[in-house]
Design a binder for this molecule. Sequence first.
Ligand code: PEP
Ligand code: MG
Length: 748
Amino acid sequence: MASMADRSGGESRKLLGRLRDTLAEEGPAQARLDRITHLIADSMGAEVCSIYLFRDSDTLELCATEGLKPESVHQTRLRVGEGLVGRVAKTAEPVNTAEAPSTRGFRYMPETGEELYSSFLGIPVQRLGETLGVLVVQSKDKRVYSEDEVYALEVVAMVLAEMAELGAFVGEGEAMSAPHQRAVLFRGTAAQEGTAEGYVWLHEPRVVVANPVADDPEAELPRLEQAVEQLRVDVDQMLSSVNPAEKDQRDVLEAYRMFANSRGWMKRMRDDIVRGLSAEAAVEKEQSAARARMQVVPDAYLRERLHDLDDLSNRLLRILTGQGIDTGAEMPENPILVARNIGPGELLDYGRSLRGIALEEGSVGSHAAIVARALAIPLVVNADRITAEALNQDHILVDGDGGLVHLRPDDNIVSAFRDKSAMQAEAQKRYVSLREMPAQTKDGATVELHMNAGLMADLPSLVSSGAEGVGLFRTELQFLVRNKMPKRSELVAIYSRVLDAAHGKPVQFRTLDIGSDKVLPYMKPTDEPNPALGWRAIRVGLDKPGVMRMQLQALIRAAKGRPLTVMFPFVAQFDEFQAGRDHVHRELEREASLGHVLPETVEIGAMLETPSLAFAPRQFFDMADFISIGGNDLKQFFFAADRENERVRRRYDTLNVSYLTFLERIVERCAESGTRLSFCGEDAGRPIEAVCFAAMGLRSLSMRPASIGPVKHLLRRVDLGEAKSVIENACASGSMTVRPAVKSWLAG
Ligand code: PEP
Ligand code: MG
């Protein structure tokens, strides 16, 4: 029989046709796999064909072979990276060599008898960027397989991957266990604390390709072409309905259009079909390759484009399979949302119906995370591969404290998890009992505990958390969750509702803090090399005061005779604060002249988020009615460590001696001028940090509502004088951080 080297799609199609027949045959999976290796070896003119499948996340097992010793099946195992097979699995790249035994990384496995074979071609079996196993052919003669043969085997590997997904290789043993049935643990990043148990609800339903091999190859090409045509029309329609000012959205759609019209993409898919793949499998093959590239491309821009291609492939698959967003599936009880990523608006649409969220991507500082926090829904981000593993209705546990997600957990995990949740519920009860009590330390110091807010969904927490007020109202969130600029009248309504809900408790409204990570979808984006240090927050407000003025007017009107407290974000020096303050006064005059009732009192403060402001002239401290330390930003600038960058954001401890000393200096300066001071970064909500801040002299902390209970609980147990001397001793000892000393004191 001729080898595939000298044949075009015809032979390949024949092989795929046989594979499809094998797929349709009844009988045990092992027999099916054995037959497949036989068919491939025969068709490739190779003496050996073997299939290795993953046994667990880092071991491959030889599951079937034609040519190697039969007794090695299910006995031979390799770790990822070990031997040539392990290398294919690790790199997800083919290995093609004429002299395997002398190739770097070759590992001799005597039980297989493979020393007889010289040439080796290993291809990853991949589905949607996930490697499921390795397909190998080997021959005695020393030859490098041609490009055409490599390609032919890739097409075969694609069919194997689809067959595996359809459960064709489910047999005894872990390497042949059914897909989507094993228990899987995902180690992600905690983005909103709390635990949740429920059932998977996929934000985007999986597309199932039931026919990886074309029934009628002649009909597949027109199917693909029609679907791509439909896709092009859809993309053009989307483009024409986007406002030209919405540049980001347009950029993405332009990229979609580019891919949809890409000849290279189309040609590869056509070639796949000529080789015998169905149109769906051809799309998935390309998508899989894009995902594999996505994992290794370091350039963020290119990665984004590969994402675009991925999205586009999903659309194309939906057109081809008719499996749309509406699959008829019903949302389960206690739904846990599983998605690659999600926007804040979409998350708000789900609202409180969700018990938990597990995202494959996302970041702690993302807007979706902010919304999840406001809704107090446990959230884990960076749960790698979760969308590839999870199926609708799967049992799932989200541990938002540890950043863990257990999919299809076994009974032991479930009971341990339930114990933990019960303990948390107990603790919550304890916190509820403290709700009306002050955060008074053993030595009689009282620390005011306020909450951070920004969405309407936050407001009920004002009562339930026992917060004494809103220490930070992030007004930009209302702008971020909309797709167009809110009108002044809308803002008046929103701010009035906030003040109504506060029932006289103080609310510190922070003016728009946009720029950096907070980009409004409907504002012209500025291309800045380093947005965190760029044109953001008060800098935008002062340079283009239109929106800030509109916002100040809305705040004044919403106050309607009640007290008003406004603070400016990201003030780096005195004159910026003065200019912001002048704007408030001008708007007050203007509103008065228009006959609006003025607020009963107006307090104007600044957020201290840049180290420079701590060294501002005394006049600044005298002029500011209050100062609120924005620790999230302050810490990133103090240590020069990006708060959004997982690599560095935890590198420097908040209880670092230099940082605490710096905070103490700010406390002293505010004490000298009698300026009210609070702290509203995330760190205020961490009980140990809160105790240390209080020991440094801070008497007002603002945090997530859920943190108020735990912080209050700890503050009421400690003596701040003692805490202060523990900190001072630790500082004097030359330690980098006071954390170990404080922790052991608290434990003692
Ligand atoms: C901060 O920087 O600490 C802060 C509270 O503001 P944001 O997190 O909104 O930047
Ligand atoms: Mg900030």
